[in-house]
Design a binder for this molecule. Structure first.
Ligand code: NAI
Length: 723
């Protein structure tokens, strides 16, 4: 032990670190004051240098453990605020170089530094850990490691592009960096990204022991043991120049296919890695910083970072404006209907650790619902994201019934029976008979919640929770409040949605709520173009090249042409002519084409390749002779319909904010994230220019392009939607 005096001097004037020295090992805990998670920023790295200098001089210190003072996170990344709205590539490059220099000092520190990792170890956090000589991580489910920068449109900028491939191999590093993937401790161990995985209770003790042993020369890092095949491919591909060129070429091809040229970051990351192998580590670092600077100041990172901030802000948003409103604690959830949606909702709920009571019509349907949940869990076991014990624990939380037993004890019920108003109203009455206090949330896709609530003696307990299919994958939840829904009910549904891992927006009740409402005119315009003679391929291709994950006609086939048609009719009735879908679409449905589900849609199914079914054109005006339309014209017409409708939703108070509108479209409909969402995109075009575009389209194609009143107002002074 060292003297209290020496310890006090080591700790003196430190704000971001807690340092403790015992038996020759200094334990340095990162603890950013006043923050829930640690992030890397200049004040912190400057202080890290001070800490290193002190520890260097301190003869009593022979080794160092670097851990976190936060309960459940190591370091979550670089402080992204530093890059928000960045326009100066040079300044961003300098920021990166400064960070690199500090991490270089960690890497070259003459006493061994061991990283003790528990919780999120992402981006700059992992780069810090990579600079350490040895890494111990906890095998806790919260622990995740990854260089996720490309998700924000940037690349690792503190040595990650150079250190990771040298540690885990080029192929493994490319897999992680180019997709911004994270791995758990088990996978990290297999990759050689960490040296040991241990239970949280012994993390610091193990790390200290390893630090001591490294200093004493009793322990040397062993490279991860790899299967023979992997060793051979490594030798062939990674350890010679020609092999590496093959690897990089393949990776570049894959990235281009995946990003369709919209996201520059993965290619730049690849460039930094390649540069480091060609010209050495130091040159690699230089290139990394340069490229990071350019990306951070560019338009794609700007939008992706805003999407990140918007979804982070939503995590802290209770869903109601009054801070005095608190969600009711939810300990048990009921689900009505165990079909496609109900089973998905049951899964995300038990996955969050909450008991679920599921009601179905009969035993067979109940059994089907249970097996659907089990199937998702089985898939996770196969992918090794959970083990068999965890599967069992989650499944045990789910029970099914065909009566109302157990529903008196739930705090909230989510209804996902057939899309039928009378049936849903019957569910409301029956539920209230056994549970007058519980909240009733409907997952209806198109019935106004207000109508469902008409059956209730307590309409303040009724609201909508609109999930997307498949529920376990789609990140968005739209919570729908009627004019009478109690704020407490809204806050409760929002809190539950967050526990289920969803990004939640709250919207006001109205036909189509928000997401279906803005999707309808987008789909209608695509259908209109079909009627005018555009080809299915041209339409899908145009919107995919705009950045949507799939084109509108593919989407229609996937969702079901009949479903699209049905929702379209409801919205047409509600909003009148501007939402009318072309009559030809009804003919397609009438001809028995429902889309993928019955193997007959705009595309053919069953063959090896997805191909347009030319016979569908016989049902459309113009028949099989299609006319060329430019991608630009298609994009403008189809996307502006969506954007204009989103602006109407904001103007009418369906949306609480432009932020929610952006997040809803990006997470619910696949609006291209690099464009920031309809409102950010509108701002980037300029509201004045957007207004003019719509007026031009209106003159050419008719009143359905009449600009939203709020756009007319903002466009007059070119005022943006985001302040
Ligand atoms: P589904 O047909 O797969 O499931 C409905 C389930 O409700 C069936 O398993 C049926 O047996 C059960 N059911 C019927 N009457 C019942 C009763 N009296 N008590 C208990 N269970 C009963 O339908 P899906 O797709 O799951 O849709 C359910 C609801 O979710 C609908 O309101 C739909 O509009 C909505 N929705 C559907 C989406 C989708 O993509 N399929 C997306 C968002 C919402």
């Amino acid at each position: 032990m060292i003297s209290a005096e020496a310890m006090a001097s080591t700790q003196a004037a430190l704000r971001h670190f807690r340092v403790e020295v015992a038996e020759g090992v200094a334990t340095v805990l990162v603890d950013d004051p006043g923050e829930k998670v640690n992030t890397i920023h200049p004040a912190l790295t400057a202080e890290l240098v001070t800490v290193l200098e002190r520890l260097d001089r301190d003869e009593a210190v022979r080794a160092v453990v670097l851990g976190s003072g936060k309960e459940d996170g190591f370091v979550a990344g670089a402080k992204i605020d530093l890059m928000r709205g960045a326009t100066d590539a040079g300044a961003m490059e300098r920021l990166s170089r400064d960070g690199q220099a500090v991490f270089e000092r960690v890497a070259r520190f003459r006493k061994p530094v061991v990283a003790a990792i528990h919780g999120a170890c992402l981006g700059g956090g992992l780069e810090l850990a990579l600079a350490c000589r040895y890494r111990v991580a906890t095998n806790h489910p919260r622990t995740s490691l990854g260089l996720v920068e490309v998700q924000l449109g940037i690349i690792p900028g503190m040595g990650g592009t150079q250190r990771l491939p040298r540690l885990v191999g080029i192929q493994a590093a490319l897999d992680l960096i180019l997709a911004g993937k994270t791995v758990n401790a088990r996978k990290a161990l297999r990759l050689g990204l960490v040296d040991e995985a241990v239970p949280p209770a012994v993390l610091l003790a193990v790390a200290r022991e390893r630090a001591r042993a490294l200093a004493a020369g009793e322990l040397r890092r062993r490279p991860a043991r790899r299967p023979a095949v992997e060793r051979v491919t490594r030798l062939a591909l990674e350890e010679n120049r020609l092999g590496r060129e093959v690897l990089f070429r393949q990776a570049r091809k894959q990235v281009l296919a995946r990003t369709k040229g919209h996201y520059p970051a993965p290619l730049r990351a690849l460039e930094a890695i390649e540069h480091g192998y060609r010209f050495g580590f130091a040159k690699g670092l230089e290139r990394e910083a340069q490229l990071l600077g350019q990306l951070a100041a560019g338009p794609v990172a700007k939008q992706l970072i805003e999407v990140f901030f918007a979804s982070t802000a939503l995590k802290k948003d209770s869903g109601v404006d009054d801070p005095a409103v608190k969600p009711r604690p939810v300990e048990r959830v009921g689900v009505l209907g165990g079909g496609l949606m109900g089973s998905g909702i049951a899964y995300v709920t038990v996955n969050a650790g909450l008991p679920v009571r599921l009601r179905e019509r009969d035993d067979a349907a109940a059994a089907k619902g249970l097996s659907a949940v089990a199937a998702v869990l089985d898939e996770r076991v196969r992918r090794r994201s959970i083990d068999r014990l965890e599967r069992l624990e989650k499944l045990r939380l789910l029970t099914a019934t065909t009566d109302w037993s157990g529903f008196g004890a739930v705090d909230l019920v989510i209804e996902a029976v057939f899309e039928d108003l009378a049936l849903k109203q019957e569910m409301v009455r029956a539920f209230e008979a056994v549970n007058p206090r519980g909240f009733f949330a409907s997952n209806t896709s198109s019935i106004p919640i207000t109508r469902i609530a008409e059956a209730s003696a307590h309409p303040e307990t009724v609201l909508g929770m609109h999930y997307f299919s498949p529920v376990h994958r789609m990140p968005l939840l739209e919570v729908i409040a009627t004019g009478r829904t109690a704020p407490e009910a809204i806050a409760t549904a929002v809190a539950l949605g967050k526990r289920q891992g969803k990004t939640v927006i709250v919207v006001r009740d109205g036909p189509g709520f928000y997401t279906s409402r803005i999707l309808a005119p987008y789909m209608n315009e695509a259908a209109q173009l079909l009627v005018e003679g555009a080809s299915v391929e041209d339409l899908d291709h145009a919107l995919v090249s705009f950045g949507f994950p799939v084109g509108p006609i593919t989407l229609l086939d996937e969702v079901g042409i009949d479903v699209g048609d049905k929702v379209g009719k409801i919205l047409h009735e509600a909003f009148g002519e501007r939402m009318a879908s072309p009559a030809a679409l009804h003919d397609v449905v009438a001809a028995g084409r429902l889309g993928r589900k019955n193997g007959k849609g705009f595309y053919t199914y069953g063959g090896k390749e997805k191909r347009v079914d030319e016979t569908v054109y016989d049902l459309l005006p113009g028949g099989r002779s299609r006319k060329p339309f430019s991608p630009g014209d298609i994009q403008e017409r189809v996307v502006l319909q969506m954007v204009n409708e989103a602006i109407r939703c904001l103007g009418e108070g369906i949306l609480r904010s432009a932020r929610d509108g952006d997040v809803g479209a990006v997470f619910g409909l696949g609006f291209p994230p690099f464009r920031g969402g309809p409102f950010r995109w509108a701002d980037s075009l300029g509201t004045k220019a957007l207004l003019e575009k719509l007026e031009t389209l209106r003159a050419r194609h008719g009143e359905r392009f009449a600009p939203a009143p709020l756009l007319v107002e903002r466009g007059a002074t070119n005022a943006p939607f985001h302040g």
